[in-house]
Design a protein around this ligand. Structure first.
Ligand code: HEM
Length: 139
């Protein structure tokens, strides 16, 4: 016991600042997405219209936030458990395009930057998202 090399590397979840860090990432990402849907020629308005026009929008947004936090909390090695839909079923029927994907990913990158994630942490979180692309785009 004792040498630093023996200590397991903290998980990405821990390095992001635990629950607060994951919540920060999700909240800024969701705010960035919401902002983008209000610009001229928004790329993300099309897919988000059902959510934005739902009379139950607050509850639906709260559910999305909760699911997204659990999903990222689990994927980064934290104690959270995702119980939402698979990425394929969650996005099925939306026919998300490459352009829409890339605008969403920029919103995620901007959130990582706002939350002052380190270079290594940004790369690891980006890989988690990019690994979900095939299940998300084009279905
Ligand atoms: C890796 C990238 C993505 C992740 C991790 C992700 C994650 C999620 C999660 C966890 C849900 C909720 C599933 C549930 O309620 O069970 C969801 C729903 C949704 N996602 Fe994504 N998503 C991604 C990419 C995208 C993109 C690129 C778009 C559109 C540009 C998008 C639009 C939506 C919409 C509109 C919903 C439905 C919300 C509702 O109707 O309540 N997502 N996503």
């Amino acid at each position: 016991c004792g040498s630093k090399e023996d200590e397991p590397e903290p998980t990405l979840y821990e390095r992001m600042g635990g629950l607060k860090g994951v919540e920060g990432f999700v909240d800024v990402l969701m705010a960035n997405v919401a902002n983008e849907t209000s610009v001229q020629n928004s790329s993300m308005l099309r897919t988000h219209t059902p959510l934005l026009t739902d009379p139950d929008k607050p509850a639906r947004l709260a559910r999305l936030r909760n699911n997204f936090i659990n999903q990222m909390g689990e994927a980064t090695g934290g104690p959270l458990k995702y119980t939402g839909m698979t990425m394929l079923s969650a996005h099925k029927g939306m026919m998300i395009t490459e352009k829409e994907w890339s605008v969403w990913r920029q919103a995620a990158d901007a959130s990582m930057a706002s939350n002052n994630l380190g270079t290594k942490e940004k790369a690891e979180l980006a890989k988690i998202l990019d690994d979900m692309k095939a299940a998300t785009v084009g279905h």
